[in-house]
Design a protein around this ligand. Sequence first.
Ligand code: AMP
Ligand code: ZN
Length: 432
Amino acid sequence: MYFDKVEELDRNELEKLQVERLKKTIEQASNSPYYSEVFKNNNIDSSLIKTADDIKKLPFTTKEDLRSQYPYGLLTKSLDEFVRLHASSGTTGTPTAVFYTQKDLDTWADLMARSMYAVGVRRSDVLQNMSGYGLFTGGLGIHYGSERLGCLTVPAGAGNTKRQIKLIRDFNVTTLHIIPSFALYFAGKVKAEGYDPAEMPWKIALIGAEPHTELTRKKIEEMLHIKAYNSYGLSEMNGPGVAFECTEQDGMHIWEDSFIAEIINPETGEHVPDGEIGELVMTTITREGMPIIRYRTRDLTRFIPGKCKCGRTSRRIDRIAGRADDMLIIKGVNIYPMQIEKIIMAIPEVGENYLIELYREGFIDQIKVKVEIKEQYFVEDMRALQGLQKLIANKLRDEILVTPRVELVQHNSIEKSEGKAQRVIDTREVEK
Ligand code: AMP
Ligand code: ZN
């Protein structure tokens, strides 16, 4: 049934395992320059941890802390012991680098293989990895997991749709790993190339690495004729394989034997009541080379109460609602890009892509949403298009409480990045 028997461990046993591993993690972490200092200043050692809840006694680690320690401040061993590094996709400032020992890579590959198994991927499957390789963890992370599971693995990398389709057809690819925004674009291309998605060999898509709504998932499933499963991870916690859906598609199981997850109120740092949305905080408990304690992910989600029908005992998180630092403030109103995606993806005429533009007119903030319209609707008469534009603007206003300008644009006219999509362009700062 499961890849690893730990997936059905009862909660008491699981917590015992977490406590034991957390204590060991504190001991290991104290070998790094950063944590040895932090622990000394806060009188922390592993004897503080008696129950899983005692994790609250440990200080948070933020992205800024990691940046200030760039590149080696969190390493617990000499550089000779490390065999790989990855870096976070952040486009501004100092990046954050994560280092792995061979043992860490093995643990990661096991977690990834377990994740794929949970959505029905088996060693007889052929997996095409359509995300970028390089420093981004979605390349090698998925790659080694797929090999660990025993799948024939096609390291296609990002972009080049025609070649992707050829590889898929030639090698009977059954499983795709693809970023959601690219999946929508790709689905359009498959049709444009004259292929019927229902005739393609694929069955399963692993989609993740960027926020997307349930409606986007549905759209990907319908357009590609595939089952799409949400995959969550971040470089600071290895990469993908932190939390993954099972075939129930009802939240993502956190692999709690490797990570301790908490959800806090980002203002107070206190745990929120179960089921309430807050900031996800993660601690590695099986990483030896670069353990990270109580990492503030900035990702907003909630624990899904209750047990999953699949029988796995690990807790689940809901799809990521956005990032604490994604919040847009327009005319004093707080808006998350996912609120906008939720509305526009529910409108049948809307195609695969959109872009949110924020700018200033005089002293006033404006928000414009560019929306790609399916080809067959774009040829309609002016009045129908104006009606559609108005409808979208009204629906958005009801959700975000600000009336946006809506611009309907042609299919495939918004520039598509090969990696994570850039959904927001904010020129307000420069105009100040
Ligand atoms: P990176 O470490 O550069 O790969 O970026 C990790 C970040 O990508 C996470 O902190 C999330 O903000 C985002 N992310 C990854 N997977 C998902 C997912 N399944 N849904 C939403 N956001 C995700
Ligand atoms: Zn499940």
